[in-house]
Design a protein. Sequence first.
Length: 336
Amino acid sequence: MSNIVIPKNYKSTLGLYDTQKAIGLIKTIFQEKLCAALHLKRVTAPLFVAHGSGLNDDLNGVERPVAFDVPCLNENAEVVHSLAKWKRYALGKYGFRAGQGLVTDMNAIRRDEDLDNLHSIYVDQWDWEKVITERQRTLDFLEDTVHDIVDAVCGTADELRWKFPALKKIVLSRDVTFITSQELEDRYPNLTPKERENAFVREHKTACILQIGGKLRSGKPHDGRAPDYDDWALNCDILFWHKALGCALELSSMGIRVNAESLRRQLEEAGCPERAELPFHKMLLNGELPLTMGGGIGQSRLCMLLLGKAHVGEVQVSLWDADTVAACKEAGIALL
């Protein structure tokens, strides 16, 4: 059974038909605002990549991709976990220049995901990536981009409330509070990483946790991060306070990507230096790929946030165990 929480006295603000209508509007409005803010062009992306190409995202390094054989090609393929590496490869292949970027609808299957109100085995997100210069590989530039994304989210919420007045109580804060994962551990040394996030975001409403992936002074990382896409010194998570669930909702994982130096260092720290021999990694180490930054922004997560939904199954179609379905039905939570 998934680890489901039923909020006390929860009732969806919008009915089933208006929910579906609002989901369509959110996806249209937000993508337009994101593209305008970050200078992105929409492109088509793969659902699967070749096994052994190094293009699939390893996430925390333990999740198994859904794999299948392709007899006519005499090789195996993997359903993507995300497009973190493919996007960088595509920017180089398509000849994008500094300041230009791409965005795509990413659909993935994460078979090993632990299910709860915010997590599903089906993942849908806007995956974006843009070319940057060496001078832009800074925390200041990263934080400026976070502000642009938060403005796009809040601007979408403003338009949605105009079209659906019933949502007027769902108001987000544009004021982003930045904190590093080490500062967060120092502030709440006796809490787990997730408890730290909840405590901090409860106070600040909109927050950005910086520098995720490397080990903290406690000897453990704040959260897992694959060593071969984000630079652990230049990445972050964007979180909003989700009133319906009373918790922090991670909307985006993003960052400035590794260069050759940080890739080598992080592969060594993660204990997987052999990845340097994979095709994608060789291209990066040989200087054949552009310097980039990018991330993923959860589509279902954004819909949950802006519509005040208590379960991700209210805004996407996925698979749930019988106990979860029964609990949601009893509580009046309409799973799609």
